[in-house]
Write a protein of this length. Sequence first.
Length: 163
Amino acid sequence: MRNTYFFCGKMGAGKSTKAVEAAQTMGAVLISEDEWLSKLYPHEICSLSTYIEYSARLKPIIKSHVQDLLNRGVSVVLDFPGNTKRQRSWFKEILLDNRFAHQLIYLKVDDKLCLKHIAQRQKLHPERAAFDNPETFEAVTRYFEAPTLSEGFNIVTIKQEAN
């Protein structure tokens, strides 16, 4: 049965890691915003405002691609952030047009662990250090909105805390 999986969690919560795991486990197609943006716009995303601009350019193309895959019976894992109601409204556009089955996986991770993950990511991907840092974490976390059942999603919550 085709299904759509997408994620909500603060920066550094592990959304991309979980997306890869889910795609492998479910035999689904993984579509990663970071991968598409880095290939389409290399070296152009250097701030939160440029990320927002280029992400907005990408979403209409991805929406129709995902709907096409789902209509063909292919499950899809979307590694795109759903960290605000506005971001999740894009997921709703994809799903409601055809009432596709879905799961919103909410990674409820405390800030200390998110920052630890960001520090590890800086070591693994030094090219992302200009954007993936504590300052950006603080800036984007101000806008974070946890999902609620009233939004109409099938929410699965995974909690993690730093030791």
